[in-house]
Design a protein around this ligand. Structure first.
Ligand SMILES: [Zn+2]
Length: 277
């Protein structure tokens, strides 16, 4: 197998080449320079970040008014565009792209993945997130450590955390995207919208301004026959664009154990049925 050409390096390869093992050493400016891109900070209107590349060099411009975690993520995102399409790249990325592009498979999602893998590398993140409660307080603590935004860090905690959780983003109009942890995938399915009884519902309807973490009935979020008799931990927060980010955690895993048993029973029934045929 031939090695990845230098301009196609993955975030994992870039960090390994630079010998970076600690979150505090993820210096985005130095990493970008190593990849042939210079980051500069300017006032920008109409977009949060942009990149202009030609041959082996690129200039990444980041909105100087953005908070530092967002600047870092925007820079990682633009670097993601550059590492895929070096030689001919020009992108202008709106701040919306950084929070809403997580589910679809397109250049913006790929650039977000690149930024996440670079700024919140799996191994370093797992080591820090292990056994921590799946709450926004934990997300804030990890965000401070990695200097990353609330949304980007929450996505990582659900993807790489060892506890069952789901992260959902709802705008007033629709569910924008969601991330399901491996412990929950294929077992429970989200309702289209957060139901009454959820904190997110009250936030979206303007009935609540400052949300607190709460234990809510699972049927406010999930479509399952026994969902009304189980409770999940909901930590919801309004975002600056009017959407609501909700971190759902099975602090009490009884519901998941029930679903596991049900799936096992169904599989056993199916295999008995086949034997009888
Ligand atoms: Zn982009």
């Amino acid at each position: 197998m031939t090695a990845n050409p230098s301009f196609r390096r993955t975030p994992f390869e870039i960090l390994a080449d630079l010998g970076i093992r600690d979150p505090a050493d993820i210096d985005i400016e130095a990493i970008a320079e190593d990849c042939g891109a210079t980051i500069r900070y300017r006032p920008l209107s109409g977009c949060a970040a942009r990149i202009m590349g030609y041959k082996e060099r690129a200039i990444i411009t980041i909105d100087e008014a953005s908070p530092r975690p967002r600047q870092r993520f925007s820079a990682g995102h633009e670097l993601g565009h550059w590492m895929r399409d070096r030689g001919q790249v020009s992108f202008q990325c709106r701040s919306q792209s950084f929070v809403r592009e997580w589910s679809a498979e397109n250049p913006e999602t790929r650039a977000n993945r690149f930024a996440s893998d670079l700024l919140l590398p799996a191994k370093m993140f797992r080591a820090q997130a292990q056994k921590k409660p799946v709450t926004l307080d934990t997300v804030r603590e990890l965000g401070r450590l990695f200097c990353t935004s609330l949304t980007a860090t929450a996505i990582r905690l659900v993807e790489y955390g060892d506890l069952p959780a789901v992260l959902v983003c709802n705008s007033p109009e629709k569910r924008e995207w969601f991330i399901v942890n491996g412990e929950v995938r294929g077992k429970l399915f989200l309702e289209g919208r957060p139901g009454s009884g959820s904190v997110a519902n009250a936030l979206l309807r303007g009935e609540l301004k400052n949300a607190q973490p709460a234990e809510v009935r699972s049927d406010a979020w999930f479509d399952h026959r026994n969902a009304h008799s189980h409770w999940i931990h909901e930590d919801s927060i309004p975002l600056s664009d009017g959407s609501v980010l909700s971190l759902l955690w099975w602090k009490d895993e009884t519901q998941l154990v029930d679903v596991d048993n049900e799936l096992e029973e169904r599989a056993a029934w199916r295999s008995d049925f086949r034997k009888e045929e």
